[in-house]
Ligand binder design. Structure first.
Ligand code: ADE
Ligand code: ZN
Length: 351
C-alpha cells in the first residue's frame, strides 16, 4: 500500500531532498577519491601526479564521454597502495554518506584496477571492509561491498579475480559489471556470472548508460541481473519499459554522471521523470562523486531543479531506494517509517 504523502510547499523541497533518509546503491569507491586526497596519498606513497596541484587535477575533469572519464579515473586510482589508503578512502566516503542522510550504501569496488598494479586483493578488501565495520559501529551507517568486474578485460580475467576474492566471500554481498560499455555486451561474461549465482552472490550490472537497450535485455536475461546500474536508455524501448515496471527491476540512476559524460544533451532532458511516470523502481545515486561534482544530495538537488519534479517524486525515489537495496525487510520497514516521519515533520513545520 502506498502511504499518503502530506502536501509539501515547493520552497521546502530542497531541504526535504537533503534531509530525507535514502540509500545509495551505485557508488564506485575509486570514484570518491577527491583530488585533495589523491595528492595526500600520492605524497604518502612517494608518487608524482602529472598535475601541479589538486585544483589543476580538478580542472582536468572535463569529459566528452564515458571513456574519457575512465582514462582519468584509472590513472587517479594509482595512488591507492596500502590497506590504510583503502580504509581512508572508504571512511571519507562513508562520512559524506552520513552527511547526506544515507542510511545504507552498497559500495562498488574494482579489484582489477588494483591487482593489475601489483596491489593484492587482500589489501583492497581488508581496508574497505574495516572502514564499513567502523562506520556501522561509530555512526550506525549500514553498508556492504559489491565486487565489480571490468568489462573491457576478458572473462578469463574475471574468473581469476573471482577466485582470488573467494577467501573473502563473507566480505562482499554481490558482483557487478562496469567500465567501458560499448563493444563489451553482457554476453561476454555469461559463464562467470553463472558461477557467481551458484555462489549465492547478488548480481547487478551497468547497462544502458551509453549502450543500447539490448544490453539491458542481455543483463536481465543472460546475467540474471537483479538491478540495472544506469539503465537510462530503457526509455527508447517500450517493451523493456513494461518489463522493468512489471518486474520492479530497480534502476540505479546517476544524474550528474549522465550530465558530465554527456549521456543527455542537458539535465532538463534526463529520462528520470519518464522512468518514474512509467512506474519503474528508479532511484538516485552519485556514481563517482569526486569526478562528477557532488554526492547523492547534490544529484537530487540538480535533477529536481532541472526537471521540476515535485515532493511526491522525492518520496517515491527514497522509497524506491529502500526497495532496491539488498538489505533485509526489517531494515527497509524502519527506513520507510523514518521517511514518512520526515515528510510529516516537513508538512507540520511549513511556513
Ligand atoms: N566505473 C566507474 N564509473 C563508471 C561508470 N559510470 N560507468 C561504467 N564504469 C564505471
Ligand atoms: Zn557506475
Amino acid at each position: 500500500m502506498t502511504p499518503s504523502i502530506p502536501p509539501i510547499a515547493s520552497a521546502q523541497l530542497p531541504t526535504l531532498l537533503a534531509c530525507m533518509p535514502k540509500t545509495e546503491l551505485h557508488l564506485h569507491i575509486e570514484g570518491s577519491l577527491e583530488p585533495e586526497m589523491a595528492f595526500a596519498l600520492a605524497a604518502r606513497n612517494g608518487i608524482t601526479l602529472p598535475y601541479a596541484d589538486s585544483q589543476a587535477l580538478r580542472r582536468a575533469y572535463d569529459f566528452g564521454d564515458l571513456q574519457s572519464f575512465l582514462d582519468l579515473y584509472y590513472q587517479g586510482a594509482g595512488v591507492l597502495q596500502t590497506e590504510q589508503d583503502f580504509y581512508d578512502l572508504a571512511r571519507a566516503y562513508l562520512a559524506q554518506a552520513a552527511t547526506n542522510n544515507v542510511v545504507h550504501t552498497e559500495i562498488f569496488f574494482d579489484p582489477q584496477t588494483h591487482t593489475a598494479r601489483g596491489v593484492a586483493i587482500d589489501t583492497v578488501i581488508r581496508g574497505l571492509a574495516r572502514a564499513c565495520a567502523d562506520a556501522r559501529r561509530e555512526r550506525g551507517t549500514s553498508s556492504a561491498l559489491i565486487l565489480c568486474f571490468l568489462r573491457h578485460l576478458s572473462e578469463r580475467e574475471a574468473f581469476e579475480t573471482l577466485e582470488a576474492a573467494l577467501p573473502f566471500r563473507d566480505q562482499f554481498i554481490g558482483v557487478g559489471l562496469d567500465s567501458s560499455e560499448l563493444g563489451h555486451p553482457p554476453e561476454k561474461f555469461a559463464r562467470v556470472f553463472a558461477r557467481c549465482r551458484e555462489l549465492g552472490l547478488h548480481i547487478v550490472a551497468h547497462a544502458g548508460e551509453e549502450g543500447p537497450p539490448a544490453y539491458i535485455w542481455g543483463a536481465l536475461d543472460i546475467l540474471k541481473a537483479e538491478r540495472i546500474d544506469h539503465g537510462v536508455q530503457a526509455v527508447n524501448d517500450a517493451a523493456l519499459m513494461q518489463r522493468l515496471a512489471a518486474e520492479r527491476i530497480p534502476l540505479t540512476v546517476c544524474p550528474l554522471s549522465n550530465q558530465k559524460l554527456q549521456v543527455f544533451p542537458d539535465l532538463s532532458r534526463h529520462s528520470l521523470p519518464a522512468l518514474l511516470d512509467a512506474g519503474l523502481c528508479a532511484m538516485v545515486n552519485s556514481d563517482d562523486p569526486a569526478y562528477f561534482g557532488g554526492y547523492v544530495n547534490a544529484n537530487f538537488e540538480a535533477v529536481f531543479a532541472a526537471t521540476g519534479m515535485d515532493a511526491s517524486a522525492a518520496y517515491q525515489l527514497a522509497a524506491n531506494s529502500f526497495e532496491a537495496s539488498f538489505a533485509d525487510a526489517s531494515a527497509k520497514r524502519r527506513w520507510s517509517e523514518q521517511l514518512q516521519a520526515c515528510f510529516e515533520r516537513a508538512h507540520d513545520t511549513r511556513a
